[in-house]
Design a protein around this ligand. Structure first.
Ligand code: ADP
Ligand code: ZN
Ligand code: ZN
Length: 829
């Protein structure tokens, strides 16, 4: 079916002499595709989806993807392509359609989508260059200034030559910087056109076929004068019988024999050594025999999903925390792979833990591939290829797994569909994987199953409007009640204690009780570091970042002040630069400080912290989860990382330390985010044994979100929220496009925003701004924002985007504003 879509494929074999032009997508942030001519000796090899080697600009070479083929001569001079790299297309037509859709919908170029979609090994160029690691994510806060400069340049250009790295860092000694960037996985070095995917080869041992009969073998064994070698041979025979194939390393390990003994048998031509490419993905465990019986509610939900899929393509499961949604996904996945289809299981990056992988492997064994930013290039090459051939049936991955070349996709599962990390922030394409998945699925006529305990307002709205099917699962597996939620009024505590309450006496008592009952505790605070800001107790001076309009966070571990926006660090100031006083007051608290206080308050218990600073290594996150799972940690304090998806047996208490912080963001989604985070983290309590307890510390104790939480009442939350969205014309009633303008000079930024805002206002009367965002300078760039609210009924959304783009181009035509960076963000989260 897929190849039928390549209509052009064989068109030109008939007329070799015809002049051919191809439209090529280059993996760059350039607005258009480019047309090249095809010299006659290459014409036979042209297929859409293959890569062509082309010169772009003065003399830079790229591997571009052939998007279309035609024989109408363009009105302008075209260059010849240099070569065709692939015999067969490396992407399917569905992917090219996906790229086009993303580029249209999210207002970026197809080249930018291509750069994000193709693994680096497929993005080639003729020189040694640095390539930006698309998987690195949006967060540059861990980089120092030099690293950031290179990363930023990489982000915009996608790749840099050494000379360019030297230019941006203003130094010729760039190797250390590059090394650090590679260590941090911001980029790869690529020696293009000669770097090949290196297969891992291993020695396998086979029996010489001459000996492959009982008579010969027993003759050999009985007459041999080398008993050790014969022992080894027996071990080999046993292994080959039980497992089909034996590698050299495995044989030596299991038999305890030496290399010399093996060599002896090989020299006698009894055993043969063969080099075979090892299937790296095969090391996955086999499917286990454990099978789960669904309970009655799950059975009912499952059949509702089946019925829904008869008439609808998208189904939303609203299932409370610990209702067993994963089990429903598993049953659906089984159904589709039994039909020979492939399944994509998307989940937020930080929930892609060993825990969920294990749960799926119990059911699907080695049939499942994991697409993770922590995997290296080679592993991704294999995955890419196995998806493309259809050999691998299930992929579990974060948002970018959407770009894999599925051959026959049947189902996309979107777990925790409400999670904002499905939206990519930096760089383009700023796509939302949840929404994009629905389009991608439609190309295959595949189904989409999304689920959450706290659905996004948009998805729930779509479900109530009958655009999606809605299936409810409102009972916890095992019949345990949702945790009881109590609010602790921090004002009363604060009056007694003076200052911000970190762990109130009530919370402390509850922790003691939980620990005394051999239970575990999770504490959630949405700030990392030690103290989010310092203030001079004498004059009120607050240390701020030089590059950003933010206060600096004190980190005890590094003993430095950190900017969480640009990653810069500053030494701790002994005295106030304004008045010379040494009377610093630490304001507010982050996870580091909580950990410190817990260590003091509970000296006999095991305490751990889970945030991005604490889980840096490849396995640190999983290790921490495992330790907690095995109850080798009593109290886990952390940021969002403790909120998501985890399933622990013995957690009886969850503490939310600063609800006010969650409820005070200046964003129209503030209530939605606060409700989701608090309900999700509450869901970690009392999952297996008895009802849990959640204590929320807040001063705004009558905030409606807290009341909805106490009742675990998503529907009430939704009704309240949707009314506000309607009143203020926010999504899902409108569609938002946010334009961010950035420039080093404040005046230029403001003037550009004013001009653009004024021209757009004529078309979009509901436009908000231009206005400076709360944090109006980041990394030495001034920021301004314009928010456009589009009516959903307007229909001509693409035309409206064209209008916006035209005005952006018009503005950029003015010399003064040429260097203003303008970033359109469609459906910002
Ligand atoms: P959710 O994703 O809805 O929060 P989970 O899928 O994590 O819930 O299920 C909660 C717990 O209940 C998990 O430990 C899971 O293994 C267990 N569970 C759910 N359904 C079943 C079932 N049918 N049989 C056995 N255990 C189940
Ligand atoms: Zn001072
Ligand atoms: Zn900064």
């Amino acid at each position: 079916m897929i190849n039928e879509n390549f209509q052009e494929q064989n068109l030109f074999e008939k007329s070799e002499v015809a002049n051919l032009w191809i439209e090529v997508i280059l993996p760059l942030a350039i607005p258009k595709t480019y047309t090249y001519s095809v010299p006659s000796f290459l014409q036979k090899k042209i297929k859409t989806g293959c890569r062509a080697e082309v010169v772009f600009g003065k003399n830079k070479k790229y591997a571009g993807i052939i998007k279309s083929v035609g024989n109408l001569k363009p009105a302008y001079e075209t260059k010849d392509i240099l070569n065709i790299i692939d015999d067969e297309p490396i992407v399917y037509p569905q992917q090219l359609l996906l790229w086009k859709w993303i580029s249209d919908y999210y207002m970026c170029s197809e080249g930018e989508v291509m750069a994000a979609a193709l693994p680096t090994h497929l993005k080639l160029s003729s020189e040694t260059i640095l390539i930006y690691n698309e998987e690195y994510g949006d967060d540059f806060s861990q980089l120092d200034n030099e690293e950031y400069l290179v990363a930023e340049a990489l982000l915009i250009k996608k790749e840099l030559k050494l000379a360019e790295v030297q230019l941006v860092t203003d130094t010729i000694h760039v190797y250390p910087i590059i090394k650090r960037l590679i260590d941090k996985r911001v980029c790869f070095v690529w020696e293009a056109f000669n770097e090949k995917y290196k297969e891992k080869k291993e020695n396998y041992i086979v029996l010489n076929p001459d000996y492959d009969n009982d008579e010969k073998l027993s003759e050999l064994l009985n007459n041999s004068k080398a008993p050790k070698q014969m022992e080894l041979l027996l071990s080999f025979l046993h292994l080959i019988k039980t497992q089909g194939e034996v590698s050299q390393s495995e044989l030596l390990k299991k038999s305890g024999a030496s290399v010399a003994q093996l060599k002896g048998l090989a020299d006698k031509n009894i055993l043969l050594v063969e080099k075979r490419s090892v299937d790296r993905l095969k090391s996955l465990p086999k499917k286990s025999d454990i099978s789960f019986e669904l309970n009655e509610s799950q059975k009912k939900a499952l059949s509702e999903i089946d019925i829904a899929f008869n008439t609808k393509d998208v189904c939303l499961v609203h299932g409370i925390t610990s209702s067993g949604k994963t089990q429903l996904y598993i049953k659906q996945i089984e159904k589709f792979i039994n039909e020979g289809k492939q399944v994509l299981y998307l989940l937020p990056e930080i929930t892609l833990t060993a825990q969920i992988i294990r749960r799926l492997q119990i059911n699907f064994g080695g049939n499942i591939g994991i697409y993770h930013s922590k995997f290296n290039n080679n592993e991704r090459v294999e995955l890419w290829n196995k998806i493309k051939t259809g050999e691998l049936k299930i992929i579990l991955g974060a948002r970018s797994a959407l770009f894999l070349p599925f051959k026959s996709l049947g189902l996309i599962v979107i777990d925790e569909e409400h999670d904002p990390s499905f939206k990519q922030q930096e760089p383009a394409p700023r796509y939302n994987a949840r929404d994009t998945a629905i389009f991608y699925a439609s190309l295959f006529k595949a189904k989409v199953l999304m689920g959450s305990a706290t659905p996004s307002v948009e998805s729930y709205y779509n479900a109530l409007k009958n655009k999606y099917a809605l299936v409810n699962l409102d009972e916890r597996y095992g019949g345990i009640k949702l945790p009881e939620i109590k609010i602790i009024d921090t004002r009363t505590v604060a009056a007694a204690k003076k200052g911000k309450v970190m762990i109130s006496p009530q919370l402390k008592a509850a922790i003691e009780e939980a620990l005394a009952n051999d239970r575990q505790v999770i504490l959630f605070q949405n700030r990392r570091g030690y103290a989010p800001f310092l203030i001079c107790g004498t004059c009120g001076f607050i240390p701020r970042c030089e590059n950003c309009d933010v206060t600096l966070t004190l980190h005890k571990f590094s003993n430095k002040l950190h900017c969480h926006y640009c990653g810069n660090t500053y030494p701790k100031l002994p005295a106030c630069p304004a008045c010379g006083s040494v009377n610093w007051i630490e304001k507010n608290f982050g996870t580091e400080k909580i950990e410190e206080e817990l260590t003091e308050d509970f000296p006999n218990n095991r305490i751990a912290r889970m945030d991005v600073d604490a889980v840096k290594g490849k396995n640190a996150h999983d290790t921490l989860i495992k330790l907690f799972e095995q109850h080798r940690i009593d109290i886990l304090a952390g940021t969002q990382m403790v909120v998501k998806g985890l399933d622990f047996e013995k957690v009886s208490l969850v503490g939310i330390l600063d609800a006010d912080g969650l409820l005070s963001f200046a964003d129209f989604r503030v209530n939605e985010r606060a409700f989701q985070l608090m309900e999700q983290v509450s869901g970690r309590a009392g999952r297996k044994k008895e009802q849990g307890l959640v204590l929320i510390q807040a001063s705004k104790i009558n905030h409606p979100v807290l009341l909805f939480l106490q009742e675990h009442n998503y529907e009430k939350f939704y009704e309240n929220e949707i009314a506000m969205r309607k009143q203020f014309f926010y999504p899902p009633y409108s569609r938002l496009i946010k334009l961010t303008l950035k420039h080093k000079l404040k005046d230029t930024t403001h003037d550009a925003a004013d001009i653009l805002g004024n021209s757009l206002k004529k078309y979009f009367p509901g436009l908000v701004g231009p206005a400076a965002p709360v944090i109006n300078r980041v990394r030495s760039m001034y920021l301004m924002e314009i928010l456009i609210k589009l009516s959903k009924d307007a229909g001509h959304i693409q035309d409206q985007k064209k209008v916006i783009n035209n005005y952006i181009n018009l503005l950029k035509a003015d010399k003064r504003f040429r260097s203003v960076i303008i970033i359109p963000d469609v459906d910002p989260v």
